[in-house]
Design a protein around this ligand. Structure first.
Ligand code: CP
Length: 307
């Protein structure tokens, strides 16, 4: 059985069956990645363009690694050094690249909706690697893979997502995906960093850190995205850290077995102290490891592979 979706634009409209299929396939690829020979011939002959209009470390490298592990041919596009600097439009840019015969596009862009726009001007399969404040679906999938790997299930688990929810595509994708998988999600931030109309996400919302974290199975921290904030949304970094940053004392308010997660990049000493980021309950580097297997699963299943 292949996926019901043709493109991966976000998790809002992805079914529980499709998310489960991706997570099961990612578990299989994680096992492949533990072998001596980590490459499989699955996507041999397919060309995947990594179309990045925004900076990235984890997402970009793990997509490229996933493509190489599946024997696809990756092509990397970035705006610096391209004809975007001469004023070429997004539509012209993608249509010129498509004219060279490509199969899939992995796109990151600062504007919400760009992945959807690309589906309207190319025939290639589109995978969203983060669009503005909108969604970052492969991050949420690798987060759920990591939780399922550690805790053995998703259904019924309590997750607290703490930080700059307003600007976070990671929070949005996780809220949609985790709700679909039957998880109990609480978003926690100062009022100025919470979006309006959170009721449409179907999650709980609080401004009180203790209410969010005290009985959570998973606590996911998000950095304040200062590059997306047009004016001061909290009085100072020091005040943010005092109320929402997790240090050893605040970690002691959590359950002893709660997992600590972060999508990266971490602002050490702001949302997370190093002693917490690097402690035995942190699965932050597991998330990065699982990013390759998750992206292999998405590329494989959208590239025509069967479960
Ligand atoms: N988590 C994440 O998207 O990291 P990058 O911005 O480094 O890709």
């Amino acid at each position: 059985m292949s996926l019901q979706i043709k493109h991966l634009l976000g998790l809002k409209d992805v079914s529980r069956e499709d998310i489960t299929a991706i997570l099961d396939s990612a578990d299989h690829f994680a096992e492949v990645l533990n072998r001596d020979i980590k490459t499989v011939p699955t996507l041999r002959g397919k060309t995947v363009v990594n179309f990045f209009y925004e900076n990235s470390t984890r997402t970009r490298i793990s997509f490229e690694m996933a493509e190489k592990r599946l024997s696809a041919s990756p092509l990397n596009f970035s705006t610096s050094g391209s004809s975007v600097s001469k004023g070429e439009t997004l539509r012209d840019t993608i249509q010129n690249i498509e004219a060279m015969k490509i199969d899939m596009v992995v796109v990151r862009h600062g504007s919400a909706g760009v992945p959807k726009f690309l589906t309207e001007c190319t025939d290639a399969t589109i995978i969203n690697a983060g669009d503005g404040y909108h969604e970052h679906p492969t991050q949420a999938l690798l987060d759920m893979m990591t939780i399922r790997q550690r805790l053995g299930k998703l259904e019924g688990l309590k997750v607290a997502i703490v930080g700059d929810i307003l600007h976070s595509r990671v929070a949005r994708s996780n809220a949609w995906g985790m709700k679909t998988m039957g998880m109990d999600v609480t978003l926690c931030a100062p009022t100025t960093l919470l979006p309006q109309h959170t009721e449409s996400l179907g999650v709980k919302v609080t401004t009180k850190l203790n209410d969010a974290i005290s009985d959570a199975d998973v606590v996911m921290l998000l950095r304040p995205q200062l590059e997306r904030q047009t004016h001061g949304l909290f009085p100072s970094v020091r005040e943010y850290r005092t109320y929402y940053g997790i240090d050893r004392d605040k970690m002691n308010l959590m359950r002893d077995d709660a997992l600590i997660m972060h999508p990266g990049p971490i602002n050490r000493g702001v949302e997370l102290e190093s002693e917490v980021a690097d402690c035995e309950r942190s699965v932050i580097l597991d998330q990065v490891t699982n990013g390759v297997a998750t992206r292999m699963a998405v590329l494989y299943l959208l590239g025509g592979g069967e479960q």
